[in-house]
Every structure is written in C-alpha cells, then in structure tokens.
Design a protein around this ligand. Structure first.
Ligand SMILES: [Zn+2]
Length: 292
C-alpha cells in the first residue's frame, strides 16, 4: 500500500470544500435520485453553508448532521489535518499541540481531541479466540500512594489480546472477579487457550468453562515458560503507558476510556498504518444521522 504522506493528504484535501465533498460522498454514495423529491437529479454545494442542494426541488442536505462536525466553527480542513496527525503519530496528539497548530483556545483544542477519539470506539463483533492473553495494569498518574492534589492516582486497565491479533482494553475499578469475569465472558471464546498471571480471580476460569487455561507465576520470576506468557498484553500496556505519559501526562477519569480506545485502535491497525487515516474518516459517516 502506498504511503499516505502529508503531500498526499494535501492533494486529496486541499480545502474545506474537498473535505465536505468527501463527507457527502461517504454518506450519500453515488446518489442519483433526491431523497426528498425522488426525482433523478444532481446536487450542488451551497458555498455559504455546509450543505448541498437538490437541483430539482431545492431541498438542502447537511452531510455533517449528527457527526462530530455538526456544530463546529473550526474549518473542516483543520479537522481533517488533526485527524491526519492522529493517524501518523505513535503516541497520539495532545490538546496543547492542537491549540498551538490551529491557534484555537485550549478548551476548543481539548474538545476537538475528544471528538476525534469518539471515532476510535469499536464495537467488537466476534469474541477473541485461539491464543488469548489477559492481564491488568496500573496506568498514568502518581505511582506512590501518597495523596497528591496535583497528580491523580493511577488507574486500572484490564486488557485482553489475541496473539498476533487484536486487543481490547477497559478501565476497571478493581481486579476483583466481579469486574473482570463479565469482560472475559463477553470477549473471549471458551475454546481459546488462555494465558494469565496468578491473580486469584483467574482461578475460577476453569469452572466457567475456560478449561485450556495456563498461568504464569510472575511471583517466582517466571516470565516465559514454553509458550506460557503474557508478553503480548504487556506489549500493549507499554504502548498505552507511553501514550499517556509521553503525550497527555495525566488524564481524567471521565476521558480515560477514550484514550484506551485510541490506543487499542492504533494497536489493531499496527500492520496497516497508512490505512489508518481512511479508517478514521470512514467512521465519521457511520456516526451521522441516518440518511433516508
Ligand atoms: Zn429534490
């Protein structure tokens, strides 16, 4: 696949009109008949608004309705540029960076970042299967237990990954069975080989039907015994930690899952980084109000 460079991006999206055209095409496809008057027609872009008009009945269509761009005053070309940055960095884009690049307020930049992160939410269709590892990790914040008013405490993340496949991760309150077991049951196929550490919560997996369960004794400094390891999920956690620590420094409880979703999205597209921009942009239209 050809590299999707900044030059290529500029060629495809030189203006606001080009971005709006893209969104219109994504939402309406090669439309030949007006959804309103049902006549065979063509549409013209209205230059003063983000809309298209049927040449027969003059009905107007707003392709950004229901999408993250619905109410924004920031030019679409700026949005697309920030999405391009999200698709090219390893560790994400901070609100500070967006503020500096676009010359918008921090509040606006922060909001843009989180609107874009909404596009990273994935609703998985199938359960993970084959060889599946899961583990928990503390992420972000202050490591010490001392109560600091400046730095929020670390947050617990539970991650599940198919070896050589995709990852799913969730912010959990604790590592008790009541937090982890429902996630395991809804995301992992019981026929899988599952690999965990010695957390006592996992003892009950066999009883729940995960009878191909192997545990690694990190307490005894074992990390890889034959193929029994949780190195794949550890690899994902390092990536998540690098993103939080390197780019965002600290994240609030409210938005934490959004950052996790972003890192999963990036991990899952690790073999196709140049497709990432288009995959993100495709999601814009999936969010929109339904098109009659
Ligand atoms: Zn019409």
């Amino acid at each position: 696949m050809a590299k999707f460079t900044l030059q290529e991006f500029r060629k495809q999206y030189p203006s606001d009109a080009a971005c709006l055209d893209k969104i219109f095409k994504m939402r309406y496809g090669n439309i030949t008949h007006c959804p309103h008057c049902k006549e065979e027609t063509t549409f013209r872009r209205v230059t003063t608004r983000r809309c298209y008009q049927c040449r027969k009945c003059y009905e107007q269509f707003y392709p950004t309705a229901g999408t993250i761009f619905e109410k924004t005053r920031v030019p679409l070309s700026d949005w697309f540029y920030i999405i391009f940055l999200f698709s090219t960095t390893r560790n994400g884009v901070s609100a500070k960076e967006i503020e500096r690049l676009l010359g918008v307020t921090y509040k606006c930049a922060f909001r843009m970042g989180h609107q874009i992160r909404k596009l990273f939410e994935t609703i998985p269709q199938d359960k993970l299967k084959g060889f599946v590892e899961f583990d928990e990790s503390w992420v972000g914040g202050s490591q010490s237990n001392s109560i600091s008013r400046q730095v929020p405490p670390q947050k617990m993340v539970f991650g599940l990954v198919e070896r050589l496949g995709s990852v799913r991760a969730f912010h959990v309150k604790n590592i008790k069975a009541e937090s982890l077991i429902p996630l395991i049951q809804s995301h992992v196929d019981k026929q899988s080989w599952v690999y965990t550490d010695e957390n006592s919560t996992y003892v009950q997996l066999e009883k729940l039907g995960f009878d191909k369960h192997q545990r690694i004794a990190h307490g005894r400094k074992e990390y890889v015994v034959r193929d029994i390891s949780t190195n794949t999920i550890e690899g994902y956690f390092s990536q998540l930690k690098r993103m939080i620590k390197g780019t965002h420094i600290q994240v609030s409880e409210k938005y934490f899952q959004n950052y996790i979703n972003e890192s999963c999205f990036r991990y899952n597209l690790r073999h196709a980084p140049f497709q990432m921009f288009n995959v993100i942009v495709d999601r814009i239209s999936e969010q929109g109000d339904s098109v009659e």
